[in-house]
Design a protein around this ligand. Structure first.
Ligand code: NAD
Length: 359
């Protein structure tokens, strides 16, 4: 329960530009505002064409383009990117792409202190957080450091036109998951709850329109607006059981990030709802749902053709107990007590893909 007269809220010092075409029309201006003269652009191999267009728009301020970003930021990729930043004498970095590319930009910022501008092409929300991640010897380390928080974020709906509908849907539900857990976070606050409710509402309204007309700049713009709000919730609060489970399933079993969030969220919320009824009600209201919030989320995913079971994502049933052990190995804040049996129940339901609360 959030008390309107007892909370801490720290605003994140960053600028946000949201406009169609902004990646190539606004990024250079953002770099200039930061006083940057030698900018390294980073991206993944698949996003290179877009990143090249952003790089070209920087004109003489472009110092180089690094296109090796990969999922979970392998430490050797970060090493090479840092080497390149130093070799070209970069005084700033622009990351163009999804959470993987932005993660690489953050790794450069962490090691070198260079200011980062993010130009996101998915709804994952990393651009709004001071959280970095690095993977070494199969283990992902994460931490919070203000240095990695982008100084400026350029949201361009045109960049997301190429995001395939299935990934748009799961990435959008990934964003919704940030807002859901922010509503019952120990460090929730009234303003975060406002952003969370509006983020869930805007994303749930935008996704069916994106799915029906993936070329609609209006729908894409509304989805990015929602991603911004949901990402802000992620950056402002401490996530609970849902994010822990997805971290374990992605990190240890290699399940895909956005899809895993989509499958787990209804079940994690069904588990937590009895201990966080106000948050669950707020989610249901934001979804305009006649039914409870977990069911509404599960039905939204189903209507949009998203995967609904961990089995579909390739997890083995035998891995459920290992995942439950890993997700309960260390304590973390969650509205409902985290127990191995409780977590295993959530995982079993998510594995089978049944309606939440019916297993
Ligand atoms: P991603 O960046 O790996 O992108 C998924 C796939 O989509 C990739 O193949 C990519 O090339 C492709 N893609 C991205 N944008 C595209 C576009 N516009 N058109 C066509 N294809 C496109 O995945 P993601 O879901 O954006 O991010 C997940 C990663 O980000 C994970 O490693 C996760 O841990 C991290 N993350 C970190 C934070 C944080 O706060 N540190 C927050 C959210 C996510």
């Amino acid at each position: 329960m959030i008390h309107a007269t007892d909370f801490v809220y720290e605003a994140q010092p960053m600028r946000v530009v949201l406009r169609a075409g902004a990646a190539v029309t606004a990024t250079a201006g953002e770099a200039e505002r930061l006083g940057l003269r030698r900018v390294l652009v980073v991206c993944g191999a698949r996003g290179k064409d877009t990143a090249q267009a952003v790089a070209d728009s920087l004109g003489p301020a472009l110092a180089g383009l690094h296109d090796e970003a990969r999922m979970h930021v392998p430490v050797e990729v970060a090493d090479r990117a840092v080497e390149m930043a130093l070799a070209v004498g970069a005084d700033g970095c622009v990351a163009v792409g999804g959470g993987s590319a932005i993660g690489l930009g953050k790794a450069i910022a962490l090691r070198t202190g260079l200011p980062l501008i993010a130009v996101p092409s998915t709804y994952a929300g990393s651009e709004m957080t001071p959280v970095w991640g690095l993977t070494e010897h199969g283990a992902k380390r994460t931490g919070r450091d203000r240095t990695v928080l982008p100084r400026s974020v350029v949201y361009d709906p045109e960049l997301t036109l190429s995001l395939p509908v299935p990934l748009s849907v799961t990435s959008g539900i990934n964003a919704i998951a940030h807002a859901v857990e922010a509503l019952y976070a120990p460090d929730a606050s009234p303003i975060v709850s406002l952003m969370a409710g509006e983020g869930v509402r805007a994303m749930a309204e935008a996704l069916p329109d994106v799915a029906a007309d993936p070329g609609s700049l209006d729908a894409r713009g509304r989805a990015l607006y929602a991603a911004w709000l949901c990402g802000s919730c992620l950056g402002a609060t401490t996530m609970g059981l849902h994010h822990k489970l997805c971290h374990v399933l992605g990190g240890t079993f290699g399940l895909p990030h956005a899809e895993t969030h989509t499958v787990v969220l209804p079940h994690a919320l069904a588990h937590n709802a009895p201990a966080a009824p106000a948050a669950a009600d707020a989610v249901a209201r934001a979804l305009g749902a006649a039914e409870d919030a977990p069911t509404a989320l599960w039905e939204l995913a189903g209507r949009l053709g998203a995967p609904r079971s961990l089995a579909e994502l390739g997890l083995n049933e035998a891995d459920l107990t290992v995942a439950a052990d890993l997700a309960t190995a260390q304590p973390y804040p969650n509205p409902r007590e985290v127990t191995p049996e409780g977590v295993l129940g959530v995982l079993r339901a998510a594995y089978r893909g049944v309606a939440p609360g019916t297993d």
